[in-house]
Design a protein around this ligand. Structure first.
Ligand SMILES: C[S@@+](CC[C@H](N)C(=O)[O-])C[C@H]1O[C@@H](n2cnc3c(N)ncnc32)[C@H](O)[C@@H]1O
Length: 213
C-alpha cells in the first residue's frame, strides 16, 4: 500500500533521481513476467536504498529476500570497491531473471547469491556485516533480526521493509493474520531492544532504519 495520494507519489518520483536503464528494464520485465511484481522495491524506494548504501559505503551487505534482484542492484551501487553483497532467496525459479539482470550487471562479481531458506543460510555466513536489508517472509522477521544482530558490526545498520504492512499494524488484531502479528511483534521488539536505536520511515510500505550501538 502507498500511504500518500497518487499525485504526491508521482511528485516524489518525478523529483527523485532517475533509476538506471538496467533497473527500469528489470522492473518492466518483472511486472510483465513474474508473479507478485509489487514485491519489487521500485523507483523511489530503490533510490533510497542506493542513497543509504552510498552513505555507508559498506564492505559487506546482507540482503534477505532477493526476488528479481532490483533492491540488490540498488544496494550494490554503494558498495565499497572491495565490498560484497550476499543475497538469499528460497525461490530458485527466479534464476533466469537474476542471471539476465543482477548476475550480468557490473556488480556481478561482488554478488554472492544463495538459494534456500534464510534461516538455514544466515547461520553459515561470516560476521562483520555493515548493512542488512530485511525483505523476506514476515513471520520470520524477528528470527532474522536475532540471527543477524551478532553478525552485524557495531555502528552497522539494518533496513527492515514493510513495517507498516499496508497499514494493518494499526488495525484491530486478527488472530488468523500471522504476518500482521509478526510485524507488530517485530516493531515492538526492535523498539525495546537496548542494543539498537531505530527510526520508522513512511516510505512506500514503511521502512525501519535500525543502527546497532
Ligand atoms: C518482497 S520480496 C523481495 C523483494 C526485493 N528485495 C526487492 O525489493 O526487489 C520477498 C522475497 O523473499 C523470498 N522469501 C520468502 N521467504 C523466504 C525464506 N524463508 N527464505 C528465503 N527467501 C524467502 C521470496 O521468495 C521473495 O522473492
Amino acid at each position: 500500500m502507498d500511504f500518500l495520494d497518487e499525485k504526491l507519489e508521482e511528485y516524489l518520483e518525478v523529483n527523485t533521481s532517475e533509476e538506471s536503464k538496467e533497473l527500469n528494464d528489470l522492473s518492466r520485465e518483472t511486472h510483465l513476467k513474474v508473479l507478485r511484481p509489487r514485491m519489487l522495491s521500485g523507483h523511489l524506494q530503490g533510490r533510497f536504498l542506493s542513497m543509504i548504501s552510498k552513505m555507508i559505503n559498506p564492505k559487506y551487505i546482507l540482503e534477505i529476500g532477493t526476488y528479481t534482484g532490483y533492491s540488490a542492484m540498488c544496494l550494490a551501487e554503494g558498495l565499497n570497491p572491495e565490498g560484497k553483497l550476499v543475497t538469499i532467496d528460497r525461490n530458485d525459479e527466479l534464476k533466469p531473471i537474476l542471471s539476465k539482470y543482477l548476475m550480468s550487471s557490473e556488480y556481478a562479481s561482488k554478488i554472492d547469491l544463495h538459494f534456500g531458506l534464510a534461516t538455514d543460510i544466515i547461520p553459515t555466513l561470516e560476521g562483520g556485516i555493515d548493512l542488512v536489508f530485511l525483505d523476506a517472509d514476515k513471520p520470520n522477521y524477528a528470527n532474522y533480526f536475532n540471527l543477524v544482530i551478532d553478525k552485524l558490526n557495531p555502528g552497522g545498520f539494518i533496513l527492515a521493509d514493510n513495517v507498516l504492512w499496508s497499514g494493518k499494524v494499526v488495525e484491530e488484531a486478527n488472530a488468523a493474520d500471522k504476518s500482521t502479528q509478526a510485524i507488530v511483534d517485530f516493531n515492538k521488539m526492535v523498539n525495546d531492544d537496548e542494543r539498537v536505536e531505530n527510526v520508522m520511515l513512511p516510505i512506500r510500505d514503511g521502512i525501519t532504519l535500525i543502527r546497532k550501538k
